[in-house]
Design a protein around this ligand. Structure first.
Ligand code: FNR
Length: 358
C-alpha cells in the first residue's frame, strides 16, 4: 500500500506536515469568561500540536456574542479576545503544527447549556448568562426556544461579524480559517429546508438557501486575501427524509470550490433529531463522494481512531485528510503512536519521546 498518512499537504501556500488533523472540539471551559481562551485551551491545544498532528483546529468560536453555543464558548468579536488567541497560535506553531480556527454562529441552537455537567434541560436563562437565539425562521430545534427570524439587516450583520472575526483570526496568527456550516448551527439552518422556511432571497431554492453561506465565504475571502486557506465544514445529511442530503451537499460544495474554498470538512447531522448509524468511519462515504463529484480536497471525520484505518483511508484516496476527534482527547499523542505503529520515521517527534519507544 502507498505510504500516505505522513505526506505533507499544501493548501494555497501553506504546507501542512501530515494528514492527521484535529477537528474543532468545544471545551466549554467554565473559566472561559467573555469568550476569552484560558490556560486550559493553551495546554489542551498545545498538547495536541506536540502530539504530532498536522493541523490543530480551535473549537467553534462565536463571531458574535449571540453566535456562541453556550456562555462558556470562545469568541472573536473584540480585540481583547484576539490578543488572547495569539498565545494559542504561538504555542501550536512552536510544536510544528498549523493552526486553524472554526468561526461559528450557533443560530437557533445558541444559548444552550454546555454539553456536560449538572444543568436543566432547554436554554440558558438570561439570569445565567443566556440570550434570545436567532435563526432563518421561527422554527425551534427540539426542546429549545423558538428563534427570532433574522431580518435582512440581521443577515447582513452576521456577514459583517464573520468578516471581522476572520480579520482578527488572521491577525492573531491563524494559518487556516474554517467556516462552520454543519451540525445545525446558523449556516446549516439556512441550508436545510427543515429549518429554513423563508420566502425571501435566502429561502426556497437551493441557490437561495446556500446564499448566506456563499456570502460569508466571499466576504471572508475579500477580507483576508488570497493567501489564507479556507475550509468549510458541512453536514452531508440531516439523516431525515426531506431534509438536507448528500446531493445538495455536493452541489453546494462545488459552488464553494468555485468561490475559492480549499477543502470541505465532511461531517453530518445536528440539525434535527435523527437515527444515525454510528460506527467506525461512518461518515467517510460522504467525504469520498464529495471528493469524487467536486474534485475538491476533503477531510473525513467520525470514529477514525486506528492508525491502519487512517493510513488506508488516505492511501486509497478516500479522503485527503483524517480528522481524529475523541481519540485525540483520549490520547493527544495519537499521531506519534500512529507513526510508530505504521513504522514511519517521524522527524518531528519530540526528542525525549524517542525514549518511550526504545
Ligand atoms: C465536537 N465536535 C465539534 N464539531 C464542530 O464542528 N465544532 C465543535 O466545536 C465541536 N465540538 C466538539 C466537542 C467535543 C468534546 C466533541 C467530542 C466533538 C465534533 C467533532 O469535531 C467530530 O466531528 C466528532 O467528534 C466526530 O469525530 P470523532 O470524535 O469520532 O473522531
Amino acid at each position: 500500500m502507498t505510504r500516505a498518512l505522513f505526506d505533507p499537504l499544501t493548501l494555497r501556500g501553506l504546507e501542512i506536515r501530515n494528514r492527521i488533523w484535529i477537528p474543532p472540539m468545544c471545551q466549554y471551559a467554565v473559566d472561559a469568561q467573555d469568550g476569552i481562551p484560558t490556560d486550559w485551551h493553551l495546554m489542551h491545544l498545545g498538547s495536541l500540536a506536540r502530539g504530532g498532528a498536522g493541523l490543530v483546529t480551535v473549537e467553534a468560536t462565536g463571531v458574535s456574542p449571540e453566535g456562541r453555543i453556550s456562555p462558556e464558548d470562545l469568541g472573536l468579536w473584540n480585540d481583547e479576545q484576539a490578543q488572547a488567541f495569539r498565545r494559542l497560535t504561538a504555542m501550536i506553531h512552536s510544536q510544528g503544527a498549523a493552526a486553524a480556527i472554526q468561526l461559528a454562529h450557533a443560530g437557533r441552537k445558541a444559548s444552550t447549556w454546555r454539553a456536560w455537567g449538572d444543568h436543566p434541560e432547554g436554554n440558558v436563562p438570561a439570569e445565567r448568562g443566556g440570550w434570545q437565539p436567532v435563526g432563518p425562521s421561527p422554527r425551534a430545534y427540539d426542546g429549545l426556544a423558538v428563534p427570532t427570524e433574522l431580518t435582512a439587516e440581521g443577515i447582513a450583520d452576521v456577514v459583517v461579524a464573520f468578516i471581522a472575526a476572520a480579520r482578527r483570526a488572521v491577525n492573531a496568527g491563524f494559518d487556516v480559517l474554517e467556516i462552520h456550516g454543519a451540525h445545525g448551527y446558523l449556516l446549516h439552518e439556512f441550508l436545510s429546508p427543515l429549518s429554513n422556511g423563508r420566502t425571501d432571497a435566502y429561502g426556497g431554492s437551493l441557490e437561495n438557501r446556500a446564499r448566506l453561506l456563499l456570502e460569508v465565504v466571499d466576504a471572508v475571502r475579500a477580507e483576508v486575501g488570497e493567501q489564507v486557506p479556507m475550509i468549510v465544514r458541512l453536514s452531508a445529511t440531516d439523516w431525515v427524509q426531506g431534509g438536507w442530503d448528500l446531493p445538495q451537499t455536493e452541489a453546494v460544495s462545488s459552488w464553494l470550490g468555485e468561490h475559492g474554498v480549499d477543502m470541505i470538512s465532511v461531517s453530518s447531522g445536528g440539525n434535527v433529531p435523527a437515527e444515525i448509524p454510528v460506527g467506525p468511519g461512518y461518515q467517510l462515504p460522504f467525504a469520498t463522494s464529495i471528493k469524487e463529484s467536486t474534485g475538491l480536497p476533503v477531510a473525513a471525520v467520525g470514529m477514525i481512531d486506528d492508525p491502519f484505518q487512517a493510513e488506508q483511508i488516505v492511501a486509497l484516496g478516500q479522503s485527503d485528510v483524517v480528522l481524529v476527534g475523541r481519540e485525540s482527547l483520549r490520547d493527544p499523542n495519537f499521531p506519534i503512536r500512529a507513526a510508530e505503529a505504521l513504522r514511519y520515521d517521524m522527524p518531528y517527534k519530540p526528542a525525549p519521546y524517542e525514549r518511550a519507544y526504545r
